[in-house]
Design a protein around this ligand. Sequence first.
Ligand code: URA
Ligand code: CA
Length: 445
Amino acid sequence: MHASDFIATKRDGKEHSRESIRAWFQMIHTGEATDDQIAAWLMAVYLRGMTEAELYAITDDMVHSGDVIDLSGIPGIIVDKHSTGGVGDTTTLVTGPLVASLGIPFAKMSGRGLGHTGGTLDKLASIPGLRTELQEEEFVDQVRRMHLAVAGQTGTLVPADKKLYALRDVTATIDAIPLIASSIMSKKLAVGADKILLDVKVGSGAFMQDPDRAIELAGTMAKIGARFSKETVCLITAMEEPLGDFVGNALEVYEAIRILRGEKEGPLLTVSIALAAEELILADKETNIERATERVRAQIANGAAYKKFLEMVQEQDGDTSFVEKPEKLRKARFQIPVKAEKDGIIEKIDARLTGEAALELGSGRLKKDDVLDLDVGIERKLRSGTPVQKGDVIAVLYANDEKRGAESAKILQSAITIGEGAAQKPLIFAKVTDTDVFYTESATR
Ligand code: URA
Ligand code: CA
């Protein structure tokens, strides 16, 4: 097969055969397909789309481009929970202990953050000593014994996605549903869980800005899951504003611990509980979503979820005093208040701009090798919907560098809209499966 013929097929809006897709991924693997050719094909896919058969074929070939993890040694149904990425999005650190404390295995392979979105591994690095580089055997053994492990990816998962993603990033072809869906699902399928729970974010701080497109992406991913016999459920959740009240690595761990200890509520808790309840149902531990939600919520009140998190930190050699005294995680040198510039009601604190303000402080990466300042970040003191008077403190920046702090304060100020009060949008828009879309705050199945 000639690469140019394969590209021409998609350019002309025709369907690739199964064999030609296999040959194409082989050419990508060997380097026979050049970056220019791959990029041209990506643009053709972006413009022409893909049939379901093509989508399943590329996902399959991407999964098998690298290692596949074997979690079959863990008893019970393993549900892999994944978020498409947001700001102040610390659900893994809340949902994981909630689910695990009910005896349901939570085996999470996490990544590092890029751009304005944070990664769980970076957050966990703020607990001194905590190891996230677990070998596959140790990871499986830990989940078997205590139902909870959060670690970095072992092995080389889906190298074809790394290649395609890097080219998409520089050729304006990120934002194509078949490419996003196959990218995310190939990585989920390679991890070897039994079922998949996806938190698909929608809003300024997410890939998808529009609920209808987020629902379309979710349905596409759920269909891929079903095709590979892994039941996949997606919650479509708001990312117009940061999910947590804290943004920044150590600060997000601080918030997760406070929530697990029952000392704090808010949107991060609400979404984490909704995800945990869905996990209970996917894991066949509950059939009714209201009952699942109650059981999950009880794990905070009875201290079991907090205990489970502490146990995991101990098991992975982290300094547990940072969990027992989470204030130790708030140690940036300067605290800079950001105040209301006029009287009114806070209408919005924009997620993307808040993420960019945190990035300016040094909490995230623009390039893969950037070094993070784990201690810096932002605390939202007042949520949207709150009436304020000029001069009220809406947020506090935690900075280690005064100049960057001042720059960040400007960006954060631009994230804040004060007006006469806007209607609050729901936190959870819909639940999407391979066959259905349920639009409501509390979808039942
Ligand atoms: N996340 C991924 O892993 N891949 C995409 O294409 C988009 C978001
Ligand atoms: Ca199993």
